[in-house]
Design a protein around this ligand. Structure first.
Ligand code: GAR
Length: 188
């Protein structure tokens, strides 16, 4: 069974969806660690409730990305983590982790990449008045939401969808699509 670490910065609804899928037996992985770069983020409480160990850090307390990524890398190696799963981790992964986990870092992004990379992808798509939005799961490289695509799922919008409707539709897809995609990638 693959061992994963989940990286997240915020609410953690995708973290929770992965945990729920593990509990339900539809995602066969061992969640070894939550890594969170935002002390106080809601995802931390979700991890504690699920008895997942956490490593919470404040990037500003380190001299460089190399310094905090080296600490994270050592923890991941100690725990024999196979894959790093980003679930709303709002920070670029640096060379230290990229080279230690080549082709083993995966991200979910709430758009049909290459459209709308970066922050507030849902807001960007809503303001552009596109008729189709979606979710992308991809390998992580040094760019912002640029690595090779593993899977995408599209959703059609209707003219009267509010920003909140669009958010809800995208999150609902994410919560099903991420565990499903990881399960088929790891346990085909
Ligand atoms: C998710 O929609 C995820 O796709 C997005 O952040 C949100 C986190 O929500 N990620 C990115 O935008 C990455 N560029 P959550 O904390 O409730 O899982």
């Amino acid at each position: 069974m693959k061992k994963i670490a989940i990286f997240a910065s915020g609410t953690g609804s995708n973290f929770q969806a992965l945990i729920d899928a593990v509990k339900a037996g539809s995602l066969n992985v061992e969640v070894k660690l939550l890594v969170c770069d935002k002390p106080g983020a809601a995802v931390i409480e979700k991890a504690e409730r699920a008895s997942v160990p956490t490593f919470v850090f404040h990037p500003k307390q380190y001299a460089s990305k190399i310094e905090f990524e080296t600490i994270i890398m050592n923890k991941l190696q100690e725990l024999e983590v196979d894959y790093v799963i980003l679930a709303g981790y709002m920070r670029l992964i640096g060379a230290t982790l990229l080279s230690a986990f080549q082709n083993r870092i995966i991200n979910i992004h709430p758009s049909l990449l290459p459209a709308f990379p970066g922050k507030d992808a849902i807001g960007q798509a809503f303001r552009a008045r596109v008729k189709e939005v979606g979710v992308t799961i991809h390998y992580v490289d040094a760019g912002m939401d640029t690595g090779p695509i593993i899977a995408q799922r599209a959703i059609q919008l209707s003219d009267n969808d509010s920003m909140e409707d669009v958010e809800n539709k995208i999150h609902a897809i994410e919560h099903i699509f991420y565990p499903e995609t990881l399960e088929s990638l790891f346990n085909k």
